[in-house]
Design a protein around this ligand. Structure first.
Ligand SMILES: [Zn+2]
Length: 170
């Protein structure tokens, strides 16, 4: 899986900062740690020294963990966290060199806490989406409900066929 060069990441960070769209710094939170100290330094507070700097090297593990986080927030109907997740996942897909996944997420739109975008991310990498709920839940009859809800939400439908009371329709 081709990853971006340090120079490409620096260029993207500069572009993100100049664009002014990353209001809460979510993209930067993903991009900056992907740099080594020498490339990150111009973006860092002077108090961050070489010995303090921790570069994220294993981006794939980070992306897999973040996907689980995102699914959790969708099921829990946590709008702010879910939105942050989609922004960060798109940035991780870019870092991992997957412009096709970025494009699929962009095309997916944002109903139902970004569930279609997050599914596009999981599908693009071939990672588990609704089938991966085992990490979150034991396999019992009751646990089928969140799985069904997630599948519905990824189709842009309310989590509950009887109507969602928690915000899907907002
Ligand atoms: Zn709902």
């Amino acid at each position: 899986m081709p990853a971006r060069t340090q120079q490409e990441i620096v260029a993207r960070l500069q572009q993100v900062r100049a664009g002014g769209e990353d209001l809460y710094g979510f993209q930067e939170e993903v991009l900056l740690p992907a740099l080594d100290f020498d490339h990150a330094r111009p973006f860092l507070h002077p108090s961050v020294t070489r010995t303090k700097w921790r570069q994220t090297v294993d981006l794939e593990s980070q992306a897999r963990a973040y996907l689980e986080f995102a699914i959790d927030k969708i099921i829990d109907h946590r709008s702010n966290s879910a939105w942050r997740s989609t922004v960060k996942l798109a940035e991780l897909a870019w870092l991992l060199g997957r412009d096709d996944v970025v494009a699929a997420m962009h095309a997916a739109g944002y109903p139902c806490y970004g569930a279609p975008k997050v599914k596009a991310f999981a599908d693009g990498f071939g990672w588990r989406f609704a089938d991966g709920l085992g990490w979150r839940l034991a396999e019992t009859v009751e646990d089928r409900q969140p799985r069904r809800a997630l599948i519905r939400m990824a189709q842009g439908r309310q989590c509950d066929p009887a109507g969602c009371q928690r915000g899907c329709a907002d």
